[in-house]
Structure formats: structure tokens, C-alpha cells
Design a protein around this ligand. Structure first.
Ligand code: NDP
Length: 267
């Protein structure tokens, strides 16, 4: 029997990309998924794509709305609690520092960092009370290395690592596991949904994402990492090497990223 059989898994950002792939993978492994995002019809589409759709629950939620987050947590606890929370909802960026409005930095922090802190903090006492729980957070390779056009996105993802390192130290003895996942380029609509420097949607597809790892493949690797009780993992193609390069050969990494930027500085 699967490790996830009858586990309750709450996935934010389940209306698209990685969140949808995780819902499909967890439901296939026998889990009951709670599917959250803003777009209800897209969540219902995810639900239909899951194994045993009737077992899966759609819970519409804007993760930046703190009051709604509190209400949603109460609802989920009333349904019987959560074994695994997947903080996956997120927004990317495609703009240089010189051409990015301050409001874009604030929006990125709201969705990618503060919303994760709020949901995690709100569900945490319930997980501690039940004596166990896993909190899985989707960061990025950009959470370890800042690439061009992503300064605000990279900063918001870097912040998650500090938060979860501290949380892990404070709560692992209470049965709470914290896993931070750093994907490289994954083939999803993330570039399309990313913010441009003026706060509008970028609305284009990036070749890097289109040629990236398949989201279903990533989802399977994430399930394995949870089973193996990992704390931080990196999944992708060649770009994953940036983490090791930053540690051991930072000068070479800087040259490589600068060269990449100069190949297309007006992106
Ligand atoms: P998508 O754009 O396909 O999906 C983003 C998801 O986040 C959507 O379901 C969207 O749902 C949800 N979301 C955005 N804002 C909110 C909000 N305010 N409240 C609730 N849900 C929200 O991108 P991916 O699937 O690729 O991204 C998922 C995660 O993976 C993100 O955290 C991203 O940073 C991370 N990641 C992705 C990589 C990639 O290459 N694709 C690489 C590294 C990390 P809705 O609009 O319906 O609210």
C-alpha cells in the first residue's frame, strides 16, 4: 500500500502546472487532496484529472487574503485536519532591477513569501496538536542563486529558506517535517503568468521553461523526497548545477549568468 493512502494533502496553486501535477500524483497514490487556488473552474478541471475525483475537495483560496486563510484552515481542520501541506502557489517575474516598479517587489513577496508564512503559521498549531504533519514548500533554484530578470522572485524564494530552516529547528521534535523543494526549469505556464516590470502579466512563454522538466516527472520526484524525509532537494536539468557552482566556483557562475544576460539584455 502507498505511503500516501488516505493521507490528506492540501495543495495551493492546484489550478495549474506543478500544483496540478502534484494533485494527480497524490490522488493516484491514494491521497485525499484539498485543491486551492483562485480560479475555481481550473481547480475543478484538476479535480476531474485526479484519480477518484469524488474524493478530492476544491477549496477556492487567494493565499494573500489573510482572513480567508484563517477561515480556510478552520474549514480544513473541521474536515479532519491535514497530513501534508504543499505551499506551491507562486508568481514569477521577468524584468531587470532597473525596469521594475517597487510594487512588483511587494506583490512577489506577498504571494511567494508572506502568504506561505501565514498559511504555515495558521495550520502549524493543528499539526502540532495531531502530533505529526509535513510542510512542503516549493522554492526554486532561484531560491539559492539569483538569475537575471528575477531579482524580486529570487529574493522572495531565498526568504523561504531562512524561514523553513528556523521552523524545522523549532518543530521537528514535535513531529513536524519541513521539506523545501528547489525546481529548476519546469514546463508550466509560469512565464506566461509572471509579472513584468510594470506589474502587468508577462504573457509570453520562455524557451527555458518549455524545454524544462515535465511537471509530472517533478511531482513523482517530490513524492519520493517526502517519503525519504528529505529536508531540501534540487530537481531539474543542467541548471541545478548552479547551486554547486555558487558554493565552489562563484566567480565562474557570475560570468556565466552575466553572459546569459548579455545575450538578451532587452528580454
Ligand atoms: P503556474 O503559473 O502554472 O501556477 C501557479 C499557481 O499558483 C496557479 O495555480 C495559481 O492559481 C497559483 N496562484 C498564484 N497566485 C495565487 C494566489 N494569490 N492565491 C492562490 N493561488 C495563487 O506556475 P508553476 O506551476 O510553474 O509554479 C508553481 C510553483 O513552483 C511556484 O511557487 C513557482 O515559483 C515554483 N517554481 C516553478 C518553476 C517552473 O519552472 N515552472 C521553477 C521553480 C519553482 P490561480 O491563478 O488560479 O490563483
Amino acid at each position: 500500500m502507498s505511503d500516501f493512502n488516505n493521507k490528506v494533502v492540501w495543495i495551493t496553486g492546484a489550478s495549474s502546472g506543478i500544483g496540478r501535477a502534484l494533485a494527480i500524483a497524490f490522488s493516484h497514490a491514494g491521497a485525499k487532496c484539498i485543491l486551492s487556488a483562485r480560479n475555481t473552474s481550473a481547480l475543478e478541471e484538476t479535480q476531474r484529472m485526479c484519480t477518484n475525483p469524488d474524493k478530492q475537495v476544491v477549496l477556492q483560496l487567494d493565499v494573500t487574503d489573510e482572513q480567508r486563510v484563517e477561515y480556510a484552515v478552520r474549514e480544513v481542520v473541521d474536515l479532519g485536519g491535514v497530513d501534508i501541506l504543499i505551499n506551491n502557489a507562486g508568481v514569477s517575474q521577468r524584468s531587470t532591477v532597473e525596469k521594475t516598479d517597487m510594487s512588483v517587489y511587494r506583490s512577489l513577496m506577498e504571494v511567494n513569501y508572506f502568504a506561505v508564512v501565514k498559511l504555515t503559521k495558521t495550520i502549524l498549531p493543528h499539526m502540532i496538536k495531531q502530533g505529526q504533519g509535513s510542510i512542503v514548500t516549493i522554492s526554486s533554484i532561484a531560491g539559492k542563486v539569483g538569475p537575471p530578470y528575477r531579482a524580486g522572485y529570487a529574493a522572495s524564494k531565498h526568504a523561504l529558506h531562512g524561514f523553513f530552516d528556523s521552523l524545522r529547528a523549532e518543530t521537528s521534535h514535535k513531529g513536524i517535517r519541513s521539506l523545501v523543494v528547489c525546481p529548476g526549469y519546469i514546463n508550466t505556464p509560469i512565464a506566461h503568468n509572471a509579472l513584468a516590470g510594470d506589474g502587468e502579466k508577462y504573457n509570453k512563454r520562455d524557451a527555458e521553461n518549455a524545454n524544462g522538466l515535465d511537471a509530472n516527472d517533478l511531482a513523482q520526484r517530490i513524492l519520493k523526497a517526502i517519503k525519504k524525509k528529505k529536508t531540501e532537494v534540487y530537481f531539474g536539468k543542467f541548471e541545478v548545477n548552479a547551486v554547486r557552482l555558487k558554493r565552489f566556483l562563484p566567480g565562474i557562475l557570475t560570468k556565466m549568468l552575466s553572459k546569459k544576460f548579455l545575450e538578451d539584455p532587452e528580454k
